[in-house]
Ligand binder design. Sequence first.
Ligand code: HAM
Length: 424
Amino acid sequence: MQYAVPRGTKDILPADSFVWQKIEAACRKIFALYNYMEIRTPIFESTELFTRSIGKTTDIVGKEMYTFEDRKGRSLTLRPEETAPVVRACLENNLIGPDLLTKLYYIGPMFRYERPQAGRQRQFHQAGVEVFGSNDPLLDAEVIILNLQLLSEIGLKDLEVDINSVGCTKCRPAYRKKLSEYLKDNIKHMCADCQERFINNPLRVLDCKETKCQKYIENAPASSEVLCEECKTHFEKVVGWLDGLMVRYKVNNRLVRGLDYYTKTTFEIVSSKLGAQNAVSGGGRYDGLVEELGGKPTPAVGFAIGLERVIEIMTNDKYQILPAGRQVTNEGRIIIYFATIGEEAKKIGFDMLQKARSRGVSADMDYLGKSLKAQMKVADRAGAQYVYIIGDDEIKKQSAILRNMQTSDQQDMSFDRLFDELKI
Ligand code: HAM
């Protein structure tokens, strides 16, 4: 009996994991440039954390959460996103406070029970940031620029920033009312989900992806029409900064995003190289969430990039990080391979192997009783720079051949000189 990977999940195999490592390294490099520190939270949290923050009427909470009871009957949920867990962790550990700007980042798996398709999985990975403590519109702009710099560091091109303001608790009721009035006449032509959304939370209708609903969404009143003075000024300043920094963006007044916690700025970075799921990244401001989860009122802003989508674009682009044919890179995985012939040579080879490793030099040897020729092949595939070939004669001489795998040069090298000569 063999088992298959669960629907909507994928193994990241050795041939691909180095691509992930490169992307993760780029994330860490850029996050550090902007002075963010890493936070790691558990994969599961109490279910209420997510229902409270993301919102009961959202698709994520309504249909997509992996929720289960533990043996003591507590309701737990695999994290569908990381903003709420980060807020929870900050409150629990006093990481946020007055006169303090807290800049955090994370990289890790998230879980949503969605219909799998290209760019949409049930377990997927996000890299994201959350900043707490400032309502400065420049910070919204900085977060967007960080997002763009990160995607450009990874090598993605032709990205577009979509930006909107969804207002705040002061101006949102007026928008809801205006939207409800508009939808009243049209809702009967829209999908069953939208009819339900219309009753529970009309704003959610704008997030519908059904084709038949799109023309009604496109003609819906824009949130910008009813923004209060504060939200309007904030938005003007954010786009003003983006203009000043020469960032190209498109104002999309229907961008409400799939989570209820947003206030003021919302944004997505989309790529024409993706299909229906074209958002590489999404985020925005959420000035009410910290208070909603039991903390003092604290403004916050953040985003998360979907790493599978980044990889999809890179694959479609035949991006250079992926070697031809998507094979394991040969690029110097190990420095030296000890090829051994016979039991005694194996013993001596293993001593040398451990000596190399203890000096911080990556090294390996054979454990399958392969022939010398086969061992040379393995060494080559591992990208070894050198092979040291030990047999019975070599043990007698206390000296063996050191082969440079790049130049094919071979020289005799005594056992005790090997490490000094190679400066390892
Ligand atoms: P989100 O838009 O739900 O936002 O997700 C962010 C990104 O995660 C999306 O743009 C997409 O690239 C990726 N993503 C989402 N769902 C899937 C899926 N099923 N399969 C593959 N990729 C997916 C959030 O999660 C917010 N927490 C972002 C945020 C941080 N807002 C403020 N701070």
